[in-house]
Every structure is written in C-alpha cells, then in structure tokens.
Design a protein around this ligand. Sequence first.
Ligand code: TRP
Length: 374
Amino acid sequence: MQKKEFNVTPWEVEGKVDYARLIKKFGIKPLKELPDIFMTEVLFRRKIIFAHRDIQRILEAIKDKKSFVMMTGLMPSGKFHFGHALVVKQMIFYQKLGAKIYIAIADLEAYNARHKSLEELKKIAINEYLINYVALGLDLKKCEIYFQSARSDDSKKSNAYYRLASNFSRYATFNEFKAIYGEISPGKMNASLLQAADMFHAQLPEFEGKIPVLVPVGVDQDPHLRIARDIAKRYKDNKFIQLSSTYNLFFPGLKGSGKMSSSDETSFISLTDSPKEVERKIKKYAFSGGQATVEEHRKKGGNPDIDVSFQYLKFLFEPDDKKLQRIYDDYKSGKMLTSELKNYLIKKINDFLKEHQKKRKLAKKQIDNFMLKV
Ligand code: TRP
C-alpha cells in the first residue's frame, strides 16, 4: 500500500497523518509570514504551528496594540503529558504579548465523555493541569479560568454564558452535527454547543464586549471550530467577530503513530515521570528512524523525519536551531547512532523535569490560594 490511510477526528487520531491533505479537507490555510516577535517561539519558527483561520485579525490587534483574547479549554482526563505542553507554551507566549487568557475547564464535557464525577474531575484539573500550567510559567492571576459547571458567581455573567450555549442550539441542524462529527450523541452535541459558547462568550457585553478571540488547537479539533463559526454567523442576538484559530501538528506518541494521548500508557511521557521512567519509556518505546544494525546505520544513515526522539527535540527540548540542524545532519548521515540520539534526548528531558518538578512544588502553594477564590 503506497498511500497509508489516516483518520483524524476530535476523538481519534490514527495512522500517518498527511497534513497537506488535512489542510485541503478542512479548508484551513497554511500559516505564512508572521511578525518577528513570533520567531522567538520555537513552535512558530519551526512551523509546528502550521495553519490558521483568520489569524490576520489577531496580527492587526497586536500591531495596533489593541486587546484580544486567547481562549482554550482543557478536558481533565488523566495525566498531564508533553502533548499538553504545546498549548501552554502558546498561552504563555500570548500572555506576554498582552492577551487576556480564557481557560475553560471542560468538566461538563468530561463528565459525559469520561464518566467521572465532577468532584474527581475538579481534582484532576487542579492537580494535573493547573499546577503544571503555573510551573511552566503561566500567570494565573492574569487568566480568566472557569469550570464549565460553574461559570461565575456573578449571576449576570453566568446567565449570559449558559443562555448563549442554549440559544446556539437553534442555529445548527442535526445533519450538520452528523456531517461534522460523524457519530453524534446528545452528550456530544451538548458539549459542542457549550464549547461554542466557551469560544464566543468573551465577546458578550457581560464579559469583554466586542473583542477578537484566538483559539489555538491541535488540528484534530477543527470540527469544533467549524460548527462554532457557522452557528455564530447565523446568530442574530449578538454580532460576533468571527473566531481566529491556529493549528499545530500532533505531538507524536512514543510509538510514532497518532498523537501523545493520556488514554494510552505507552504513548506518553508525563511531567511527573521519574528519570528512570523517562529513560525506560524512551529506550523501550520511542520509535526509531534508525537502521537495524550499527553497520547498516553507519552506511545508510537514519531518518530523523520519522524518528520520535528527533521530533521531541524539535518540538520541545532543543531550543538551539544550529544544534538541532547538526543532530539532523549527523543522524541522517549515520554519524550519530539511535542510542546516542536517545541518550541525548533522555538527558534533555530529565534536566527539564528536574527543574519543572521543583517548580511544581512552588506552584502547588499558588494554586491553593487561587482555588480559594474560584
Ligand atoms: N473539547 C476540548 C477538549 O477535548 C476542550 C474544550 C472545551 C475547548 N471548550 C473549549 C477547547 C474551548 C478549546 C476552546 O480538550
């Protein structure tokens, strides 16, 4: 089989993803020229964030020093892993640019999709997600964080949010949901409408008023954006500025296919893994683009483009472009062996985690104070 099949939906990523085909299929645009400031972030510089819808509105806001919102949501589903770190890096980047960060803790969505109690989901959201956000450098004081199950103590705000989610249901048909999501259930439909409200409610007069909103996502999440955009276009009670969104490549799972996912133990490295665990996982699972024997590798060289260890360096762990290029060349020529590449990565991850785990302890205190106020 020449052209391997792949499948990308908000709930499943399988096979070898052909991103050029996804761009066409979803109708998103390749991300081209960006202002210099974006080049300070590896994810933009290395085109890991590769596509967009309507980004120009955000670029104009940045240029004109106008305010904008960056909105995202988290489904508290399990361990926080390095795949989750991509969006956190973007939150920190946009927060530094002056954006107001809105974070929806999607506990209502998870209640349905993961069959856990709201109490349990709250614990996961705090102990896995928020603590790591803070340890990675996000300033929670400058964020608007809320649980979907309890939008605000201010009833005017809260009413406006839930009213929006409910009113949105008038502007979508069952067939649209089916066309966009494939299999659809009342729970998924409800989650989709609530998520549309997450993305648009910042623009209501009870919140920020008219303001551009950017939603950075993994490319599998685009169906949610498509339906939200379509609904908002038809919604007459409030004239919304259309959403802007950016799309990142999947952070590969250890075994090389699909994305890193907390529902597959052998696909992820979590930010609380011990150095031994990191070493074991990389050595045992990380898919290698190297050759079967050292002799063959020296002769033919490896393939960094499909090598998971190299991809991890590229996405997160080797900020130095020149070094990364040298590793690429050396691995490709056969000068660098798979074992050397893996050891280099293990050291990079463990150095990072050592610092990170210290920061988590400090973050815990901040979170405790913060949660008293939510
Ligand atoms: N559905 C998202 C997930 O599965 C979570 C989410 C809820 C979200 N509301 C959002 C993401 C708004 C982006 C914007 O992770």
